[in-house]
Design a protein around this ligand. Structure first.
Ligand code: FAD
Length: 600
């Protein structure tokens, strides 16, 4: 009998993988990815040149969870509203850290893009005159949030999918992208695997669009599902050499359900702001209506960050409930009123054994939206040639705090803008521009060999448990209230998790544990960017509240960018914010009264 060791090189050469050759790969099948694909085909890109992929089944992206609405200054009820006021509201709510050019792109384009969606059959709620209805959202000067009942995100995605199917846009589900492949500063494609078969996949593409969502599921309590918003988009871009920005800014929604009271599967799910909009009052465990101390003018209807911080303080200072929340009570309203105005909430809590007409519900802040993401130019392209990042994956539109209804708007506007730019680029393409194929296959083979080793690894740590640890860490050390000491402890603990993450136990290529390994690799980088950014920003601004630096510092009107250096370490630098255009500055100077009175 003879034996010989298999070398890494031989293993690499023996690994098989499917190769898919494309003009454009769109990673992400939420609103942003779908809208990009539509624009590409409408501008003449052949459907067979493109592929949209997602981790879940078709139509089940995170976008479907959006309920409240999508912004665009149509002026249905308030004709004085226009895109400049929308831009001014966005910049005010973003505490002057937004990229004004990107804000302008979204706000200028949205009225036409909403009408276009209407033409594609989006079931917008309508006025008696059959116009697209619009309602108030928090911190908006006018009614400019269009909506489809309380299922706006679901209807939006269905409308986009319907349009994409008319245009024969191809889609492949259950694909997990694990790495972007580049040559110098040029994207060559992406590597990943089929989550059902475990087969490795190589996508060879001239252009890659990252529309892979955000990073709020990296918090212990969050408002999306556990396996989405895990930071894949920002981390894939960062690991490929693109820059991140504003990652320290995380919007906490004040009223998430409390898992210890209603069950883990409900933890963090939103209790709509409409409960407060319809008169709901917040009480601590001493029976005190505590918003009197924090915001005697606006009370429960103040902006999200103000109410979230107030609730967090009550809980931190020992005036929370045993389950770790506070009470939200609307029982002073008639049962019929609650059933009429808050039907879904009433039903949900009734199923959980709580009668909102007689009893309060328990709520606590929940991580809801990450304002940061990938640095892109005005067309959505990153520093890497041919790599675009759009939707919740990109940075720039929201600044230090997001205006409700603007994230769906961002997906649609930047989907259209990026699609337009990419279609133009493909029309000008020369074959000689394509990167070297052998480089792509060499890089893919090395990556697949790493994945292959990982899939069969029999280490000491459970990746799901480490992911939970990381979620607890961010909650504890980079939550609603932050300070230098706690952030520094958080960074040390993160380094310890990173060390353990090199010794993982995995159950095979189609196992949940393999997914967790991938999620963890992404999460560690995004968490590091978040903690470092939060430690560097020695001020309080928007969603970033430092107890040791409680005031806004005008010298800090700068964005923090995170880059991976040649040896893999994270480098931070700051860049100044550009000035708004004269039109937007005029709207800012006009000082429209922000209206906090109706929240969804
Ligand atoms: C409860 C809730 C309510 C909200 N309500 C509103 C609202 O009323 N108005 C508003 O404007 N915004 C709202 N938002 C925010 C808004 O829903 C999102 O910002 C928006 O839908 C993001 O869309 P997207 O296309 O960028 O990403 P997503 O919809 O998150 O789609 C990401 C896609 O990328 C895929 N993907 C991710 N990682 C990978 C990978 N590694 N490999 C392959 N595919 C991958 C996913 O499978 C998915 O298809 C809400 C958010 C939540 C959580």
């Amino acid at each position: 009998m003879s034996s010989r060791r298999t070398t890494d090189r031989e293993r690499r050469e023996s690994l098989s993988y499917e190769t898919v050759d494309l003009g454009v790969l769109v990673i992400g099948a939420g609103a942003a990815g779908a809208r990009t694909a539509i624009e590409l085909v409408e501008r003449g890109v052949a459907p067979e040149e493109l592929l949209v992929i997602g981790k879940r089944s078709h139509g089940d992206a995170h976008t479907t969870w959006a309920r409240g609405g999508i912004n665009g200054a149509l002026g249905t009820h308030d004709p004085v509203d226009d895109w400049t006021v929308h831009a001014a509201d966005t910049i005010n709510e973003g505490h002057f850290l937004n990229d004004p050019a990107k804000v302008e792109t979204v706000t200028r384009r949205m009225p036409d893009l909403l009408r276009e969606l209407d033409g594609w059959g989006m079931p917008f709620s309508r006025t008696d005159e059959n116009e697209i209805d619009q309602r108030y959202f928090g911190a908006q000067s006018f009614r400019r949030t269009a909506f489809a009942g309380d299922h706006t995100g679901e209807s939006l995605l269905q409308t986009l999918i319907g349009r994409a199917q008319e245009l024969s846009v191809p889609y492949r589900e259950n694909v997990f992208v694990t790495r972007l492949l580049t040559d110098d500063d040029w994207v060559l494609g992406a590597a990943g695997y089929d989550m059902e078969t475990g087969e490795f996949l190589l996508f060879e593409a001239d252009v890659v669009v990252l529309a892979a969502g955000g990073y709020t599921s990296l918090y212990h309590r969050h408002s999306s599902r556990d396996d989405e918003n895990t930071g894949d988009g920002p981390a894939l871009a960062y690991q490929a050499g693109a820059q991140l920005m504003d990652v320290e800014f995380v919007q906490f929604h004040p009223t998430g359900m409390v898992g210890a009271r209603y069950g883990d599967e409900w933890d963090g799910r939103l209790v709509t702001e409409a409960v407060r909009g319809e008169g709901g009052r917040l009480f601590n465990s001493d029976g005190e209506r505590f918003m009197e101390r924090y915001s005697p003018g606006q009370m429960e209807l103040d902006a999200r960050d103000v109410v979230a911080r107030a609730i967090a303080r009550e809980i931190d200072e020992g005036r929370g409930t045993d389950a770790g929340g506070v009470y939200l009570d609307i029982s002073h309203r008639d049962r019929s009123f609650i059933q009429d105005r808050l039907p879904r909430m009433y039903e949900r809590f009734a199923e959980l054994g709580v009668d909102m007409a007689t009893d309060p519900v328990e709520v606590a802040p929940t991580a809801h939206y990450g304002m940061g993401g990938v640095v892109v130019d005005e067309t959505g392209e990153t520093d890497i040639d041919g790599l675009y990042a759009i939707g919740e994956t990109m940075a720039g539109v929201h600044g230090a705090n997001r205006l409700g209804g603007n994230s769906l708007a961002e997906t649609i506007a930047f989907g259209a803008v990026a699609g337009e730019a990419i279609a133009g680029r493909l029309a000008r393409r020369h074959d000689s521009e394509r990167g070297e194929r052998t480089v792509l296959h060499d890089r893919a083979a090395i990556h697949f060999a790493d994945l292959d080793r990982l899939v069969r690894s029999d280490g000491s740590y459970d990746p799901a448990a480490l992911m939970d640890e990381l979620r607890d860490l961010l909650w504890a050390h980079a939550g609603i209230l932050r300070d230098e000491e706690s952030l520094s402890v958080g960074l040390d603990e993160l380094a310890a998790i990173r060390r353990r993450a090199s010794d993982l136990a995995v159950d095979g290529p189609t196992s949940r544990s393999f997914e967790f390994v991938m999620n963890l690799a992404f999460a560690l980088d995004v968490a590091e960017a978040l903690l470092r950014g939060a430690a560097m920003r020695t001020e309080s601004r928007g969603a970033h509240a430092r107890t040791d630096y409680p005031d806004r510092d005008e010298d800090w009107q700068r964005n923090i960018r995170m880059t991976r250096d040649a040896v893999g370490a994270m480098r931070l630098e700051t860049t100044p914010v550009a000035a708004p255009s004269d039109d937007v500055q005029a709207a800012l100077d006009a000082g429209y009264e922000l209206d906090y009175h109706q929240l969804e």
